[in-house]
Ligand binder design. Sequence first.
Ligand SMILES: CSCCC(=O)C(=O)O
Ligand SMILES: [Fe+2]
Length: 185
Amino acid sequence: MVRAWYMNNDSSDQREEHYKNPPHFISVDELYSVSGVEYIKLNLDTLDTDGILEKIKTERGYTYEDELVCSKDCLPNYEEKLKVFYKEHLHTDEEIRLVVEGSGYFDVRDKNDQWIRVEVVPGDLLILPSGIYHRFTLDKKNYIKARRFFIGEPVWTAHSRPSDDMECRKKYLKSLQQSCFVKVQ
Ligand SMILES: CSCCC(=O)C(=O)O
Ligand SMILES: [Fe+2]
């Protein structure tokens, strides 16, 4: 099960966990209701045969895909890219990542503008809605390999905070206010 928790305000090493004292963990359902972030666990051993990822791709219209490796050796301009990933931003489209190796942290703002840290490990598929403020960091192991998906031609542009006048931001906030992010059982 994915681990997610509210972060403390300590601005030291971004690769640390940054738990609150005492730690405040949240469930997948809570994560979804306070941020709209969706989490799906996939079995990497049966990924090519069980049809689950294929079904998700079809249902959600993910037509583009590639793979990104973040490590000192594989990522050109590694230090610079990591700084960009960790600068708070939003996108006009969903950010969809399936972790296949390594690990890292996606930090997302909840509806009260508090940081939630989501730990991602192999088999974790994370979907950040369009318009959510977020950032990414490697953890102390300094390595992650993830598959990226996109609906249509990919647009990776990161809009730094503040980008509150953007349509996608307004739409996202409206969804949060109207409690659109509630799982129907
Ligand atoms: C786990 S993928 C690496 C980070 C990334 O792609 C992003 O922040 O956009
Ligand atoms: Fe992003």
